[in-house]
Write a protein that binds this ligand. Structure first.
Ligand code: AMP
Ligand code: MG
Length: 351
């Protein structure tokens, strides 16, 4: 299959520019498109054959449900069996935006979209291209991240091309994803809302709206060892992983830099390719290997935005070993560390 590439200026386009993409989706095809979190791989969420194509293209396990993207609140009534007060309040506060809510599904939503679950994940994206594409296509777009299963999520069209060119109908290139990490997922089906995946919308922001929220036990623990079953099925799979072996170093800055320099030198001596994930603040402290900065510690948003891209860059460079500093586990840093720990297979060295 030849994959069409449609380039759009996200800040200046006409909805009709997306007519071709909308037509493909209506006919049951696959279109990758930009959102404010990461690029999504879209298909008609109410068409079982179309959503099955998503699983095939990504090599995604069939029990890992998709998120349905909507462009108006009316859709909630159609897709859910009930909309609890907490869900309504969170949707009003953060939609359109990087928050996915889990509801009990209506009978209209096929099990092929929800991975066999009786619940459905719904988000209203804020990105103008995503939003307009849903609106003009007149359908609900089921879309997981537009990467081959297990690889780092795509934050640029180039990443989608790398993974899915020749496999899907179209890629809409709307530039770089602003946030760079997937949406926060909150289950609102029970009395106590639960965060299943941390993201840009933090627990503090959620508590400000509905007073209380808990974390699913699987969020920051090493679930392989603990026997905990995460409520977001996707969180149990190996995820976000670069091809090289990634290790996180945690401790005070000087000790971390010195340990990374030491281990990098050892691996280089042994003939391996070594990548180092630095920050703007430490870039000049590393001496050998492929050294890249992920962003500045003064603004954790830059680190979130750069994380998946730097992991992919080290794949392109053919790094055998990758060493990274760790980040403060609070606010958006929590989402950064959650992805980084998974990408590293929980390999963390305390120094
Ligand atoms: P992705 O869009 O690639 O980040 O994948 C969607 C994420 O949403 C996966 O981690 C899924 O497990 C999660 N998800 C989707 N639907 C549900 C649901 N009904 N219940 C819990 N988690 C869900
Ligand atoms: Mg994904």
């Amino acid at each position: 299959m030849k994959t069409k590439i449609l380039t759009i200026n996200s800040n200046n386009f006409e909805p009709s520019d997306l007519n071709g993409a909308a037509e493909i989706l209506r006919k049951g095809g696959l279109v990758a498109f930009p959102t404010e979190t990461v690029y999504g791989l879209g298909a008609d969420g109410l068409n079982p054959d179309a959503s099955r194509k998503i699983y095939a293209a990504k090599g995604r396990p069939s029990d890992n449900p998709l998120i349905i993207h909507i462009a108006d609140y009316k859709a909630l009534e159609e897709l859910t069996a009930d909309c609890p007060e907490n869900g309504r309040k969170l949707a009003e506060a953060f939609w359109p935006g990087p928050l996915t809510l889990i509801f009990n599904k209506s009978s209209k939503v096929p099990y092929s979209t929800t991975g066999g679950l009786d619940t459905v994940a719904i988000r209203m994206p804020a990105h103008p291209v995503a939003y307009e594409l849903i609106r003009i296509s007149g359908i609900y777009i089921a879309a997981p991240s537009a990467n081959i299963s297990g690889r780092p999520s795509p934050t640029k069209a180039e990443h989608v091309i790398e993974d899915l060119s020749g496999i899907i109908d179209m890629i809409v290139d709307g530039g770089k994803a602003d946030i760079g990490l997937e949406s926060t997922i909150v289950d609102v089906t029970a009395e106590m809302p639960v965060i299943l995946r941390p993201g840009y919308i933090t627990d503090e922001m959620i508590r400000r709206i509905i007073g209380q929220v808990e974390y699913d036990k699987a969020v920051l623990t090493r679930i392989q060892d603990s026997g905990i079953r995460p409520k977001a099925p996707g969180m149990k799979y190996k995820h976000y992983a670069p091809r090289g072996a990634l290790t996180i170093y945690e401790g005070n800055r000087e000790a971390v830099v010195s340990e990374i320099n030491k281990i990098a030198e050892e691996k280089l001596q042994a003939g391996y390719k070594v990548g180092i994930i630095a920050t703007d603040e430490t870039l000049s402290c590393y001496h050998r290997g492929i050294i890249k900065t992920v962003g500045t510690r003064k603004d954790v948003n830059t680190i979130a935005r750069g994380l998946f891209e730097i992991l992919r860059d080290f794949d392109s460079e053919g790094a055998d070993y990758i060493y990274t500093e760790s980040f403060e586990n609070k606010q958006l840093g929590q989402a950064v560390m959650n992805r980084l720990l998974k990408a590293a297979g929980y390999h963390i060295e305390k120094v």
